[in-house]
Design a protein around this ligand. Structure first.
Ligand code: FES
Length: 568
């Protein structure tokens, strides 16, 4: 049997004449100055996501050079190629909409172009999920390399990091304790280096999940973006991927398994990670036919301690997490609960990894032991109940403890526009005990599930010192935010879920202990409202946004497209 084609001979363009296709491809490749020796090597594709609209990836040119160095030194040919990049704050209406577009680009470009293995370079919130989703579907050996977190800035002697401190200062500005001059100075001190947000937000959480799934070199998820170790990690990732190209390596489905997905969930809970990671992990796992079960997540949450004391929930930043011991320290803390047979891209099992002695002691002020946890239970829980029959998510670790068991009167906003128009109205009928409800901000809505679940505290309450209220929506929340916030309510309001039926003055009960969120309105009245419900008229669309509107799945299925998930 002929050898499987390697390098530029991979997947020849179909002209009905293979020899001609090879000759033509090599002719054009030679226009880039390659020698025959280079053209005969296996190829490591380097999927890069640098962009002038992505500050978090601004160091990627240097990082890409380091990957190339590793590939070349190991005897393969590095070929970088772009896919779209998603800079979190530069996309409208929201970056989540474009995650699936990027995942499609990643999948198709890995499959369509001649490469034997691929290095996936990402970092900012949606890029790592998109890279892993695409690579999982493409099925070629792949190694993930993240950009790493930013360093912190300074303001009046205090450390600042995007973007928990962005929100804290903005809330203080709204409350009147920070003036315009100071907020303008803070604006330049929040994001001071290349890299991803400096706290345990979505980007950091997804980096840890990527490493826990086995898709990244061990010990590299949290290396700061500007640290020389980040460049060494890049070179070593290139070297490893070259080995895949030369000798074969694991495809993502050999590493992303039900057992490693469970490990990733444990880590998510133990680091009090971003609520967005529940959506992204469901989408990645869904590409390989693995379901994320919310009841199972609750079971894990009740027995998984929070070990990490980082913002937005605690005190530290990602640079502290890295020097304290990083993911390695978390995995050791959870070792009794993890599936130790899972393997990573180096071929070692988790048991083998954790059997090695630690090179440095763990800083227990940042990463605790299970016997002395930050919290004995996991940071996130799923809620169900009459308001969210398909589930909702609450980051209990980021909530005000007194509000975790709370009943209150609903103050309803029917859309983001309605929220913007009325939230600061001095005549708004609202008290601190009320529950703010936002409708029509879910995946199918015109707003595309923005990170709007962190509804602002009405200005008149903020000025009176109110810092938190129960807030409920079908939207998402930034991983860097905090508060008693119920998110991802499913089915969403746009589809006529119970959230669409809530009216001002209804009573709602949140019980984190019971893992329930209930609308306390009698069934007859709800039937009457359901009969009167008219779905928003979809705006006649075109192009990608129309594809998104027609195909997006609920939050519980990761907001992937129905035609992209693994087929039964
Ligand atoms: Fe890129 Fe926060 S904006 S990680």
């Amino acid at each position: 049997m002929a050898d499987t084609p390697k390098g530029f001979d991979n997947g020849l363009t179909n002209y009905g004449d293979r020899d001609f296709a090879r000759y033509l491809r090599r002719s054009f490749a030679k226009s880039m100055g390659y020698t025959d020796k280079s053209l005969d090597k296996p190829i490591v594709g380097i999927c890069t996501t640098e962009s002038g609209f992505n500050n978090c990836h601004r160091h990627f040119p240097e990082l890409t050079e380091a990957v190339k160095r590793g590939v070349l030194a190991a005897g393969a040919l590095p070929v970088s190629f772009p896919v779209i990049s998603l800079g979190e704050v530069f996309l409208s209406p929201t970056s989540l909409i474009y995650r699936n577009l990027m995942a499609m680009a990643v999948e198709e470009m890995i499959r369509a172009q001649p490469m034997d293995a691929v290095v996936l370079m990402g970092g900012c919130d949606k890029t790592v999920p998109a890279l892993l989703m695409g690579a999982a579907s493409a099925g070629k050996p792949a190694a993930l390399l993240v950009g790493g977190p930013m360093m912190t800035g300074r303001h009046k002697g205090e450390r600042l990091g995007a973007c928990t401190d962005c929100r804290r200062f903005w809330a203080n500005y709204r409350g009147g304790s920070v003036d315009t001059d100071e907020i303008n100075r803070v604006e330049g001190r929040l994001a001071v280096t290349a890299g991803t947000c400096a706290v345990m937000g979505t980007a950091s959480t997804m980096a840890l999940i990527g490493e826990t799934l086995g898709m990244m070199l061990p010990g590299t998820a949290a290396i700061p973006a500007v640290h020389a170790d980040r460049l060494r990690a890049a070179e070593e990732t290139g070297e490893l991927a070259a080995g895949f190209a030369l000798n074969g390596g694991p495809a993502p489905d050999q590493l992303i398994t039900p057992a490693s997905v469970e490990n990733a969930l444990r880590v998510l809970l133990a680091v009090s990670g971003s609520t967005n990671a529940v959506i992204h992990l469901a989408a990645i796992a869904g590409r390989l036919g693995i379901a994320l079960d919310l009841d199972e997540m609750n079971r894990l949450s009740d027995e998984t301690p929070v070990l990490v004391d980082l913002k937005p929930v605690g005190a530290g930043y990602m640079e502290d997490f890295h020097t304290a011991g990083g993911l390695e320290a978390v995995l050791r803390g959870l070792s009794d609960q993890l599936n130790a047979e899972c393997r990573d891209i180096t071929g070692q099992s988790l048991a083998e990894r954790l059997a090695r002695p630690l090179s440095d002691p763990i800083d227990r002020s940042v990463i605790r032991t299970p016997d002395d946890p930050v919290d004995p239970k996991g940071g996130l829980i799923a809620l169900t109940g009459s308001l969210a029959p398909g589930g909702a998510i609450l980051k209990r670790a980021a909530a005000t403890p007194a509000l975790l068991e709370h009943e209150g009167r609903a103050v309803v906003f029917s859309s983001l526009e309605d929220l913007a128009n009325r939230i600061d109205d001095p005549d708004l009928d609202v008290t601190a005990e009320d529950i703010l409800v936002l409708q029509n901000a879910g995946p199918r809505s015109a707003s595309g599930m923005p990170e709007a679940g962190y509804l602002p505290i009405p200005k008149k309450l903020a000025r009176a010192g109110v810092k938190d209220m129960v807030r409920i929506s079908d939207a998402r929340m930034s991983g860097t935010a905090f508060g008693t916030i119920v998110l991802h309510v499913t089915p969403e309001a746009d589809l006529g879920g119970p959230l669409a039926l809530v009216r001002n003055g209804d009573r709602i009960r949140l019980s984190a202990a019971g893992k329930r969120i209930d609308l306390l309105v009698d069934a007859q009245e709800l039937d009457r409202r359901r009969a009167a419900f008219r779905p928003p008229v979809p705006v006649a669309g075109r192009g990608y946004l129309e594809l998104y509107r027609r195909s997006v799945l609920p939050a519980s299925e990761g907001c992937d497209f129905d035609f992209l998930r693994a087929q039964d």
